[in-house]
Write a protein that binds this ligand. Structure first.
Ligand SMILES: NC(=O)c1ccc[n+]([C@@H]2O[C@H](COP(=O)([O-])OP(=O)(O)OC[C@H]3O[C@@H](n4cnc5c(N)ncnc54)[C@H](OP(=O)(O)O)[C@@H]3O)[C@@H](O)[C@H]2O)c1
Length: 355
């Protein structure tokens, strides 16, 4: 059972010190505070499974300044139970992330699949989480149901779980290409759904995940999903329509980087560098550049220009990339992947609705 409790807290004038003091007080109260913002949502995550989000917004503005209050919020007074429908690689990445984060207990997680019993035993051995094919047991106790099967299996999976779902449960879907509307229609329930688009780096806890709300989901459901996906990387909130672009950008994104690395490896070998040495150099170059992008306030084009000196090596190299229209190729690549996501989504949903 999830309790949603409204909260109200007058903070006073929003001078920087006062706001920071107020946030500090929240931090003292909730030691594992995850994310704070000056204006926006404060997500408070306690060790041991309770969490609270506190959006805060201006109460009124006047000559003497602006008062802020915390409003809304969610208090979970019991540890939620998360049941995975599907026990493949995406489910495993999420289970591993949740267990490793120590924000969730093993007892909170249940994994089910269609028929692969060995796979469920593997989850038990590797993560200590319960695996079962008894859907009734796995779902009646569930607060959150995670759909983690391939798109072609959605119709059958939804049919089999439908008898055990209620509108009080939250569904989180990681299935590519299937809209929340289709799931709502197939289930025939006014059930809250959060749709997520993680990427393969989830397996090492480094996914760039985007999430969006279905018709019946609210910011509290979003907070539950956000907390979960934060254990496997970063989380961005987007409109569902934008998930196609997200798929083209960060869903397929790791492959673009691997492709770049393949080309760099080929060049290194052509130039006679040792394979292991070049691997280390390429890897650290990419990690270093990514860290630089993360920590520096400078735009990538500024960072690039800082490496280029007139008549130097970088300028010479990049002029070849320009000649081959590298940037234009990347832009078209992401646009085409986005388009393909739309095409595949429509194809999948067509098949699904006919099933
Ligand atoms: N892998 C990624 O990096 C990634 C990234 C973004 C999104 N996704 C999405 O995540 C979803 C899962 O992908 P995956 O790579 O984890 O797939 P996967 O490794 O093939 O696993 C699919 C799982 O679904 C189960 N399943 C199939 N039909 C079922 C049914 N009717 N009822 C219950 N369980 C059923 C399978 O069970 P059995 O083994 O018993 O058949 C299996 O455990 C896909 O929709 C994909 O679009 C994946």
């Amino acid at each position: 059972m999830i309790h949603i409790e409204p909260t109200l807290e007058l903070l006073g004038k929003p001078n920087r010190m006062l706001t920071i003091r107020a946030l500090k007080r929240t931090q003292d109260q909730f030691p594992a505070i995850r994310c704070i913002g000056l204006y926006g949502i404060v997500l408070v995550v306690n060790k041991g499974g309770t969490a609270e989000t506190r959006p805060f917004r201006p109460l009124f503005t006047g000559q003497k300044g602006l008062f802020l209050f915390f409003t809304g919020g969610i208090i979970m007074d019991k540890k939620l139970t998360y049941t995975f429908i599907g026990a493949g690689s995406m489910a495993e990445a999420m289970v591993a992330g949740m267990i490793n984060s120590k924000l969730f207990d093993r007892e909170q997680l249940i994994v089910t699949n269609r028929s692969n019993v060995e796979r469920l035993q593997y989850y038990k051995q590797q993560y200590g989480v319960k695996g079962t094919n008894n859907l009734k047991d796995a779902l009646e106790i569930a607060d959150v149901v995670i759909l983690a099967m391939k798109p072609k299996d959605v119709t059958a999976a939804l049919e089999s779980i439908k008898p055990y779902l209620t509108e009080k449960k939250l569904i989180i879907s990681v299935i590519a290409g299937i809209s929340t509307k289709s799931i709502e229609e197939l289930l025939g329930l006014k059930i809250p759904i959060i749709r997520a688009m993680p990427n393969t780096s989830a397996t090492i806890g480094q996914s760039a995940t985007a999430i969006s709300q279905g018709t019946f989901a609210n910011h509290n459901h979003e907070a539950i999903a956000k907390r979960l996906f934060l254990t496997i990387g970063t989380v961005s909130i987007v409109d569902e329509d934008d998930l196609h672009a997200v798929t083209g950008l960060s869903g397929s994104g790791p492959a673009y980087v691997y492709y770049l690395v393949e080309a760099m490896e080929k060049a290194a070998l052509d130039l006679g560098l040792d394979k292991d040495v070049s691997k280390e150099l390429i890897l650290q170059t990419i990690i270093g550049a990514a860290e630089m992008l993360k920590s520096s306030p400078k735009h990538p084009s500024v960072l690039r220009k800082e490496i280029m000196s007139p008549g130097g090596t970088t300028e010479a190299g990049l002029s070849v990339l320009e000649q081959y229209k590298y940037q234009e190729a990347m832009v078209q690549c992401i646009k085409r992947a986005t388009e393909r996501s739309k095409e595949l989504g429509a194809e999948i949903e067509n098949i699904m609705m006919k099933q």
